[in-house]
Write a protein that binds this ligand. Structure first.
Ligand code: NAD
Ligand code: LMR
Length: 338
């Protein structure tokens, strides 16, 4: 049914290869910050994704080398590098998905909020350009602090008159990736089969993994659940400390970013039941933005799913995270509206 609708739709951008069964829609993905620690492996992974037909790689430094390098890979997408502010518009034009890993990473001793002063301005500028050049794109925000950069993006889009809450996502997939890995290690189950929702936000205690809903089920003690929760919340810091001043998670983040972008593309292409956790505009709690499971569709967010049954430990974690998450959201809104 999917293929039929693609081949009969007069307006669909369809790459035709002779057989209807091989038709795949054309999709442009732009990576902003493509030459960075995350940007490079993420660009590689997006080049490997057969759902991508055009890959625009934008950075303010070192873009030509990264774009030339990635462009030699013999996969479907055409790669173009964009190297300066003047070229940002061209990078964004026609983009279906824009992934933003532009901005500075943490060093040991810093919180994600310590990045606010630099990254808020970077994200604001990039979102102004998105509003102008590809207002309908799905925006995947990776730049930290995500709890504030997503509200900043929302305000920029509101100001430009282009805000669609269905199209703005804070990427929290790395929290899910970590929760799955750590859970599998303790539960002694195959990691590829593990599912764990992670809700809340993307910083410290605002990251709330719901191990009570983890599958395959395992009988883990309260002590183990507490330790798994803390390790998931501190996963970013674990990497920052191990890298000892050379940045934060890049490779696992590129993997997580590629999974989330792939889910967005599948949703756009009409694949049913695509569900990922993401930090989105939400009514799941009283906070205006919240991460939870989200069903992705042809317009972005199709449905923000609720939290499901929580353990007492998770209920407590939920109440504890709200004040910090609220203040990070408000900080972003204030920055963008001033
Ligand atoms: P990095 O310093 O290695 O790379 C950042 C890149 O952004 C650089 O290439 C830089 O030139 C580019 N850049 C800066 N300003 C720009 C602008 N205005 N336009 C385009 N590009 C610009 O950093 P990194 O390790 O790749 O991390 C990037 C961001 O991602 C950080 O803020 C980090 O905290 C965040 N991060 C988020 C998650 C998450 O789970 N959401 C995970 C890891 C890292
Ligand atoms: C992460 O979770 O790895 C990122 O948010 C980067 C960081 O600063 O921890």
């Amino acid at each position: 049914r999917f293929i039929k609708s693609l081949t009969t739709s007069p307006s669909s951008h369809v790459l035709r290869r002779g057989y209807a069964s091989e038709a795949v829609p054309e999709r442009k993905v732009a990576v902003l910050g493509a030459a960075g620690g995350i940007g490079q492996p993420l660009s590689l992974l997006m080049k490997l994704n057969p759902l991508v037909s055009n890959l625009a790689l934008y950075d303010i430094a070192n873009t030509p080398g990264v774009a030339a390098d990635v462009s030699h890979i013999n996969t479907r997408s055409e790669v173009v590098g964009y190297a300066s502010d003047a070229e940002l518009g061209k990078a964004l034009e026609g983009a279906d998905v824009v992934i933003i890993p532009a901005g500075v990473p943490r060093k040991p001793g810093m919180t994600r909020d310590d990045l606010f002063n630099i990254n808020a301005g970077i994200v604001k500028g990039l979102c102004e350009a998105i509003a102008k050049h590809c207002p309908n794109a799905l925006v995947n925000m990776i730049s930290n602090p995500v709890n504030s950069t997503v509200p900043i993006a929302a305000e920029v889009f509101k100001k430009a008159g282009t805000y669609d809450p269905k199209r703005l996502f804070g990427v929290t997939t790395l929290d899910v990736v970590r929760a799955k890995t750590f859970y599998a290690g303790k539960a002694m189950v195959p990691v590829a089969e593990v599912n764990v929702p992670v809700v809340g936000g993307h910083a410290g205690i605002t990251i709330l993994p719901l191990f009570s809903q983890a599958t395959p089920k395992a009988n883990l003690s309260d002590e183990v659940i507490t330790a798994l929760t803390k390790r998931t919340q501190d996963g970013g810091t674990e990497v920052v400390e191990a890298k000892a001043g050379k940045g934060s998670a890049t490779l696992s983040m590129a993997y997580a970013g590629a999974i989330f972008a792939d889910a967005c593309l599948k949703g756009l292409n009409g694949v049913p039941d695509v569900i990922e956790c993401s930090f989105v505009q939400s009514t799941v709690t009283e906070l205006p933005f919240f991460a939870s499971r989200v069903r992705l569709g042809k317009n972005g967010v199709e449905e923000v799913l609720g939290l499901g049954p929580l353990s007492d430990f998770e209920k407590e974690g939920l109440e504890k995270l709200k004040p910090e998450l609220k203040s990070s959201i408000e900080k972003g809104i204030k920055f963008a509206t001033q």
